[in-house]
Design a protein. Structure first.
Length: 268
């Protein structure tokens, strides 16, 4: 089977993994995450994980399962709100720098500086000049982080329009998820195509060998969570790794390639 056909093969469905299987596998992977934390604390590693994706793509749920049993002292989740007046007049990356990991820390960005390439670009919250400045400098900024010793992983969770609409509707009717409801939720569907175009340009211009993008097919929440954790564990070094356990499904997790825009791997 050639590569293109393999990529277009449908990923596993929810029916192929039961809740019992999911919980069993999640527990085993969370044990591996604890091993990883012990290792990076001992070795003074600095780990930064970026999660991007459309509204309701599953970033919150995935991050929750990653940090669930980790030490809160060395683990931080960063989800910044709207920039202040001062932020808007500062160097764009400045508001993110204080949250970068120091030695022994794992930091997960639930959206990041790539807001400028996504929601700010689509909703007109930045100028064309500000957008171009960001796109021209983001790879240089990330390379600087890598040279400083930070281990950086970037994930883009990609969902279908139908699945996004379903999740946004569920969010509005579930009293436990009311805090997620945003004035921008309606725009997520109405501006589906502009968000797709912004995503495509962001990935094409900020993907490189030093700081590559990893694409996650995220319509199935169970498979998304399990495979993101597997991919993380497979990319990071730590003692006593269970190599058999941490191999991600290549139909769910893929390293970005420009051809994905042509062969239907990314949702159009």
């Amino acid at each position: 089977m050639n590569k293109k056909n393999n990529l277009n093969k449908p990923a596993k469905t929810a029916a192929q993994i039961s809740k019992h299987e999911y919980r069993k596998m999640l527990h085993a992977l969370q044990v591996e995450l604890v091993k990883l934390q012990r290792h990076f604390i001992k070795c003074n590693d600095k780990i930064l994980i970026i999660f991007e994706g459309r509204d309701a793509s599953g970033k919150d749920g995935t991050i929750k399962r990653i940090v669930q049993h980790l030490s809160p002292r060395e683990t931080r989740v960063v989800a910044l709100g709207r920039p202040s007046d001062r932020d808007q007049t500062s160097w764009y990356f400045q508001r993110y720098v204080p949250y970068l990991p120091a030695a022994q820390e794992l930091v997960l960005f639930n959206r990041s500086w790539y807001n400028r390439a996504g929601v700010e670009r689509v909703m007109g919250f930045c100028t064309d000049a500000e957008y171009e400045e960001f796109m021209d400098s983001v790879s240089e900024f990330e390379h600087m982080l890598l040279r400083s010793g930070i281990k950086l992983l970037k994930y883009y969770l990609d969902i279908s329009k139908r699945e996004q609409k379903k999740r946004l509707n569920e969010r509005m009717t579930d009293p436990l998820t009311q805090w997620k409801v945003s004035a921008l939720d309606d725009q997520a569907i109405k501006k589906w195509k502009p968000y797709s175009l912004a995503r495509n340009e962001m990935l094409a211009r900020s993907h490189n060998t030093m700081a590559p993008w990893t694409i996650v097919r995220a319509d199935d929440k169970y498979l998304t969570r399990l495979n993101v954790i597997k991919d993380m564990l497979s990319r990071l070094n730590y003692a006593d790794k269970d190599e058999r356990l941490v191999l991600p499904d290549p139909q769910v997790v893929l390293t970005y390639d420009a051809t994905y825009l042509e062969n239907g791997v990314l949702e159009p």
